[in-house]
Design a binder for this molecule. Structure first.
Ligand SMILES: [Zn+2]
Ligand SMILES: [Zn+2]
Length: 261
């Protein structure tokens, strides 16, 4: 499997996952012109992208989904509630054509091209939100983003993963002492908000298994976090639990607007 992040955070999220003979996008919150440039830079033929998966209906994840899907005739998979949310969202100028809208149900494995995909619930203050556990070429890739808190069902999913993208949105003290109004602070810190660096590190310490090879920290806040702080917080928690980054698994912080290797 190959994984590329084209953007991660409140200014736009879009990830590409490809196997030997197939590729899909997870979220399309980056502008289509920028994406086309990234595809050209990476030598990605848009014709190899056969499906789009959506996590949830916040603009930073869906802004360009209608134009991407419509222009290249790519089906879009999301829960029924997320599809309805996309239809209502005024920030999505071009809607998903009904014929390209595919409904996915939580905790139900579906074969989407070469990928076996299972959506699972992720608590967040959108219409609905899911993470994805995706199997291809015998390996497991999991993404958990915009996650208010780690649920019981996520533990075994994290333990059964080779490659994990997980949110490390903020440092709790930076939120409390930061520029955001109180109502927004409590939204972010609440059970349906975003995952802190500490909660992310604790989840990894508790559930990472020996099969885990690489973790990417995603959706970092611009105002309430920075890459070094996210990385160090997670590494500290892991090392105090006897897990050594670089030896047990690799850890990478995804940049907000710059694509990965
Ligand atoms: Zn988001
Ligand atoms: Zn969100």
């Amino acid at each position: 499997m190959k994984f590329i992040s084209f953007g991660s955070g409140s200014s736009g999220n879009c990830y590409l996952l490809s196997s030997d003979d197939d590729a899909l996008l997870i979220d399309v919150g980056v502008g289509i012109r920028k994406l086309k440039k990234h595809f050209a830079d990476y030598g990605i033929n848009i014709g190899t992208i056969h499906n789009i998966l959506l996590t949830h209906d916040h603009a930073d994840h869906i802004k360009s989904v209608g134009s991407m899907s419509g222009t290249y005739h790519i089906p879009v998979w999301a829960t029924d509630l997320v599809h309805k949310g996309v239809t209502r969202n005024w920030m999505v100028k071009k809607k998903i054509e009904p014929i390209l809208a595919k409904t996915i149900e939580k905790n139900n494995k579906v074969q989407i091209g070469s990928f076996e995909v299972m959506a699972f619930n992720v608590p967040h203050d959108s219409s609905d939100n899911v993470g994805y556990k995706i199997v291809a070429d015998g390996e497991v890739f999991t993404i958990i983003t915009d996650c208010g808190h780690i649920t019981e069902e996520m533990g075994p999913i994290i333990s059964d993963t080779d490659y994990l993208v997980i949110e490390a949105n903020h440092d709790v003290e930076m939120v409390k002492n930061g520029p955001y109004p109180l109502v927004l602070q409590s939204r972010i810190l609440g059970p349906n908000g975003h995952l802190s660096n500490k909660a992310c590190g604790e989840a990894l310490a508790e559930f990472a298994s020996s099969r885990l090879k690489h973790v990417w920290l995603c959706h970092l806040s611009d105002k309430n976090n920075n890459p070094a702080m996210a990385y160090d917080t997670v590494v500290d928690i892991l090392s105090s639990n006897g897990i050594s980054v670089g030896k047990d698994f690799e850890l990478t912080v995804l940049k907000r607007t710059v694509p990965t290797e």
